[in-house]
Design a protein around this ligand. Structure first.
Ligand code: 4NP
Length: 145
């Protein structure tokens, strides 16, 4: 889960999907934004470009998080603390809030506290997002799958 659902969370979804497929693991994955600016939009062309360079295919169309997501999914991963706080507000069932975690809880480098928003950044910022997410997704898979 990120803000616009066109940069960080669809990148995370693409990385997660590829790594699970490589391991023959079947799981339901999706991504969403806490904002609605990019509902129905393709991912940011810069995210698609940098992901493709590393072999990840991004086909997601933007959507906004829904209350039903907290029922449907076992784990809801926020890319930064602002999105984490917003997810806690959107989730109207106290008993489901335990599902919301920070993606960087799974980062090997615990000095990384958030997946930084690359939207106003440079090519290096988009590559950094992929590096952080690859690291988190590896650990996430080894822990939960
Ligand atoms: P994301 O990046 O939350 O990683 O998808 C952003 C995308 C769009 C905007 C901000 C961040 N925006 O302001 O439109």
């Amino acid at each position: 889960m990120c803000l616009g659902n066109i940069c960080r969370s669809p990148t995370a979804e693409a990385i997660f999907r590829k790594k699970l497929t490589e391991r023959g693991i079947v799981a339901e994955l999706d991504s969403a934004g806490t904002a609605n600016y990019h509902v129905g939009h393709k991912s940011d062309s810069r995210s698609i470009h940098h992901a493709e360079k590393k072999g990840y295919s991004m086909t997601h169309l933007g959507r906004q998080v829904e209350v039903s997501d907290f029922h449907k999914f076992d784990l809801i991963l926020a890319m930064d603390s602002a999105n984490f706080s917003n997810l806690l507000k959107v989730c109207n069932d106290e008993k489901l809030k335990y599902k919301i975690k920070m993606m960087t809880d799974y980062c090997n480098d615990q000095s990384v506290k958030e997946v930084p928003d690359p939207y106003h950044g440079t090519a290096e910022d988009f590559e950094k997002v992929i590096d952080i997410l690859e690291n988190c997704v590896e650990k996430l898979i080894s822990k939960h799958f």
